[in-house]
Design a protein around this ligand. Structure first.
Ligand code: G3P
Ligand code: CA
Length: 249
């Protein structure tokens, strides 16, 4: 497959780790991503019953573990008893859910930024404060974290607490297919506007840039599509398989 040689300005973001070959949002997927020359690692965070931040995409464990039910109804200890690798392949048996703190410790030695998505914040009162507290506790340099969410209120809330971290608003295809976002409003509390890649056209990128908003579309898993977005001037590409689509050596 033809691979793209990225220029230094373009950020390459591993979505849920290198999740094409490994179980998403796990140590295996993150390690595989960190072993390539990516710029950012994208992760999703939820909150357990005992207020621990864990990395997982869905608010339930059904799809990616051998258990079932909502994250918010389990303690961390209970969640750690489930297998989060078997669903992908039997060779990944024994893979455990990771806490946010474990992920920060893992990435510390690498020259990458953590792109942290706060999932379903309306289900978790104070998840924003807990995330900010843990970022401090685990001593992640604020320049190495970008906090993003589909939930505008959640990101606005963080912006009111602190402007120490860069912030991003995620845009879904469902909500924005028929209308342009209000870049002026978004630029008041964000540095990034990260859309479903199908929302991106020249006008979108120009308007976002005119408001000093960077654009990092998700989730693009096709070389031609990635090249099209690069030609439109996006600032980053969120992809499941960075080393499948880019020359990263
Ligand atoms: O980083 C953006 C992207 O991850 C949003 O979609 O569903 O994969 O979390 P989703
Ligand atoms: Ca995500």
């Amino acid at each position: 497959m033809h691979k793209i040689k990225p220029d230094d300005e373009l950020k390459i973001i591993a979505h849920r780790g290198f999740n094409i070959d490994y179980p998403e949002n796990t140590l295996l997927a993150y390690k595989a991503a960190l072993n390539t020359n990516i710029n950012m690692l994208e992760i999703d965070v939820h909150l357990t019953k005992d207020q621990e931040l864990v990395v997982i995409h869905d608010d339930r464990i059904d799809r990616t573990s051998n258990g079932s039910g909502y994250i918010k109804n389990y303690t961390l200890d209970e969640l750690k008893s489930y297998d989060f690798g078997l669903w992908k392949d039997s060779t990944f048996e024994g893979t455990r859910i990771m806490t946010f703190g474990e992920v920060v410790k893992l990435i510390q030695p690498y020259d990458i930024t953590l792109l942290i998505e706060i999932k379903k914040p309306s289900q978790y009162p104070n998840i924003e404060e807990i995330l900010l507290r843990e970022l401090k506790e685990y001593r992640l340099n604020p320049e190495r974290a970008i906090l993003q969410s589909f939930d505008e209120k959640s990101i606005q809330k963080i912006a009111e607490i602190t402007r120490e971290y860069e912030l991003g608003l995620l845009l879904s295809k469902k909500k924005y297919l028929m209308r342009m976002p209000n870049f002026n409003k978004i630029a008041k509390f964000c540095e990034y506007v990260n859309p479903n890649y199908q929302l991106v056209n020249r006008k979108f990128v120009e308007r976002a840039h005119a408001h000093r908003l960077k654009v990092m579309p998700y989730t693009v898993n096709n070389v031609e599509e990635i090249q099209k977005l690069i030609d439109l001037g996006v600032d980053g590409i969120i992809t499941d398989g960075p080393n499948y689509y880019f020359e990263l050596d």
